[in-house]
Write a protein that binds this ligand. Structure first.
Ligand code: PLP
Length: 633
């Protein structure tokens, strides 16, 4: 089905098989494929229900290769004299499985890591990197952070401390005196560029950016390092103008400016030889290949070409050697490898339905008789006019009710009739492909609300926080035309817990085409491209914990479930909010004991309740009672 645009945003990793199921390939044009529905059924047989995060480590590897190949091609094409090395920013997804999988492939090209906090650095110091790869440290640092960097250098890592604030230099110079009898870290400086990025993270660049040194501060760092006799430590110039940079023109401008700063510093007899162009390579989430927020108007190859060519041009112009290009791409490497699969639990009723069939008689108020008449005679010719009439009658209905002139039963009848007219008007508008605003709004009001077993705040926080779009696709029934227009409601008690914006090639869709729910049959959907930022920024809202997780390897026979990590259980979720299991059990038991003492419960009943309560400590925080829609539709 072209409807979901898989071929636009899937980067060759996703497709639909003959059974109508979503499949995943380990790399573009690879004949091997895993059927996601089969994986979910297999996991269900093992007691692992939805929601479940599926990790496909091979996609991470493929992205690393894609990036490495793109730069290798550009370096050859433009006869660039320096190398290219990546450092993966751990903050994008610090999960051990992700970082270790990255390092397995990355070490072949001397790609390293970037850490932005003491905890990330702590983890990185123990991870196996190739000897020539770098460990770049960004973010604000105290003396302890910087000392850990010196210890890292002593342990044999090629550490670069990037100075974000002048005060960090004081710590560096002091510690250099203490640690100078062994290998020392290198120093980098982050420059605040005049050039800005494009897209949601535009504010990360420009003169008012939170991070980076101004030109005078850079000169001051150089002066102080020279004065302290430590200028040989200054090896790297870094900039980062934001994540998800949608527009290649802006990237080129920033590189031009940064390369010029690099060249000028180099000309000051500073032995700088690493130019770190930050992260920001965008992922085309909607497949539109535009500078729109959730897209990118360039490919990896175009990005690499622009970076390499621009740096070369500036360096030749300034007559300085070509630096090694360091790149901190995170989103581009990790976004594709993870998807959240979950079940639609039910449909939420939002319009008034007649629970009892309504009967109209001559004694009914005039407004009801007129609404009933509209309902009977609405047609493809008059639906616009009748819809507007119905709106007026509804206002009248409420005015009469507020004046005490009609009964509660009359009001109920009127509401049912009004929504019946709306539904019919909406059907005619659909048939006639009416795109006027009135019916757009009505369509949104009348669309199905699919209650979906997940938390937006846990699994796609960027959708809630910054309207980031993620592709969403059913994992089965893809050989059947969907018949419903729907939005997704999550299971948190928060009206912001909805997904009501969807990827589209030309615009943002307000509704998603999905299949009608069949009683007794599960309906599964996947939210894709969630491997970057979402997992690690997700929150505990409503104490929904981590979903179940499975690591999938795609092989000649389909798939292999390599690892299953059960999601957070209720006990772990309450502990995150600092409740103590023992105290909770004790508290519940005490309350039951009081009831038993007062004779309101027998001892056996009390025991049963206590046992039940205590056994629930291991429940999944998500809905488990049947992953099938319960309502007859
Ligand atoms: N480097 C730095 C300094 C960052 O702040 C970020 C994130 O914004 C990145 C690298 C990673 O960016 P991206 O994931 O867009 O490649």
């Amino acid at each position: 089905l072209e409807l979901y645009g898989i071929e636009n945003w899937g980067a060759g990793y996703f497709d639909i098989n003959r059974k109508g199921n979503l499949i995943v390939r380990p790399s573009e044009n690879d004949p091997r494929a895993a059927d996601v529905k089969e994986i979910i059924d297999d996991l269900a047989r093992r007691g692992i229900g939805t929601p479940v995060l599926l990790r496909f480590p091979q996609l991470l590897t493929s992205q690393v290769r894609k990036l490495q190949r793109a730069f290798r091609n550009s370096i050859r094409e433009f006869d660039y004299q320096g190398a290219h090395m990546c450092v993966y920013p751990m903050k994008v997804n610090q999960h051990r499985a992700v970082v270790e999988e990255y390092l397995r492939e990355a070490s072949r090209y001397d790609f390293g890591l970037e850490a932005g906090s003491k905890a990330e650095l702590y983890a990185a110091l123990a991870l196996e990197q190739s000897p020539d790869s770098l460990l770049v440290l960004n973010g604000f640092k105290d003396e302890e952070f910087i000392e850990m960097a010196f210890v890292g250098a002593r342990s044999g890592k090629r550490v670069v401390i990037v100075i974000e604030k002048l005060s960090e230099l004081d710590h560096v110079l002091r510690l250099a005196d203490r640690y100078e009898d062994g290998p020392m870290p290198m120093v980098g400086i982050r420059v605040k560029l005049y050039s800005k990025g494009s897209g949601r993270w535009e504010k990360s660049g420009g003169e008012a950016a939170k991070f980076g040194l101004t030109t005078t501060e850079i000169l001051e760092v150089i002066r102080r390092m020279q004065e302290a006799g430590r200028i040989q430590m200054l090896r790297l110039l870094h900039f980062h103008i934001g994540s998800q940079l949608t527009d290649i023109k802006r990237i080129k401008n920033a590189i031009k400016e940064a390369a010029r700063v690099y060249a000028k510093i180099r000309q000051m007899k500073v032995p700088i030889d690493l130019l770190d162009v930050g992260g920001g390579m965008a992922v085309d989430y909607d497949g539109s290949r535009t500078a729109f927020d959730s897209s990118a108007n360039y490919t990896a190859q175009e990005f690499a070409n622009d970076v390499v060519y621009t740096i070369k041009q500036v360096c030749e112009d300034e007559n300085v050697p070509h630096p090694t290009i360091i790149q901190e791409s995170g989103r581009f490497l990790t976004a594709y490898h993870a998807m959240l699969v979950t079940n639609v639990q039910d449909e939420i009723e939002t319009v008034v339905e007649d629970i009892q069939p309504i009967e109209i008689d001559d004694d009914d108020p005039q407004v009801i008789i007129e609404l009933a008449d509209l309902r009977e005679t609405i047609s493809a010719k008059n639906y616009r006019e009748y819809y507007h009439d119905a709106l007026e009658h509804r206002d009248e209905l409420f005015t009469l009710f507020n004046l005490g002139l009609i009964s509660l039963e009359d009001r109920a009848k009127g509401e049912v009739l009004f929504w019946d007219v709306c539904e019919r008007a909406n059907r005619f508008a659909r048939q006639t492909e009416d795109v006027s605003e009135d019916f757009d709004e009505l369509r949104r009001l009348l669309c199905a609300k699919y209650l979906t077993n997940f938390s937006v705040f846990r699994s796609v926080p960027d959708h809630w926080a910054i309207d980031q779009l993620f592709p969403i696709v059913p994992i089965h029934r893809l050989n059947k035309q969907p018949t419903e227009y729907a939005t997704l409601c999550d299971i948190t008690c928060d009206s912001d817990g909805v997904v009501d914006k969807f990827v589209d090639l030309h615009d943002v869709k307000q509704i998603l085409e999905l299949h009608a729910l069949t009683p007794g049959e599960p309906y599964y959907i996947a939210i894709l491209l969630v491997g970057a930022y979402q997992e690690v920024m997700g929150s505990n809202h409503n104490l929904f914990g981590n979903p179940n997780e499975a690591h999938i390897y795609i092989d000649d026979d389909g798939y292999l479930i390599k690892k299953v990590i059960p999601g957070t259980n209720v006990g772990e979720a309450v502990e995150r909010a600092h409740y103590d299991r023992g105290q909770l059990h004790e508290g519940f038991r005490r309350r039951i004991e009081q009831l038993v003492r007062r004779g309101e419960l027998s001892e056996a009943q009390g025991m049963e309740l206590v046992e039940y309560y205590e056994s629930r400590i291991n429940s999944y925080t998500y809905l488990v009672n049947g992953s099938t829609p319960s309502r007859r539709l």
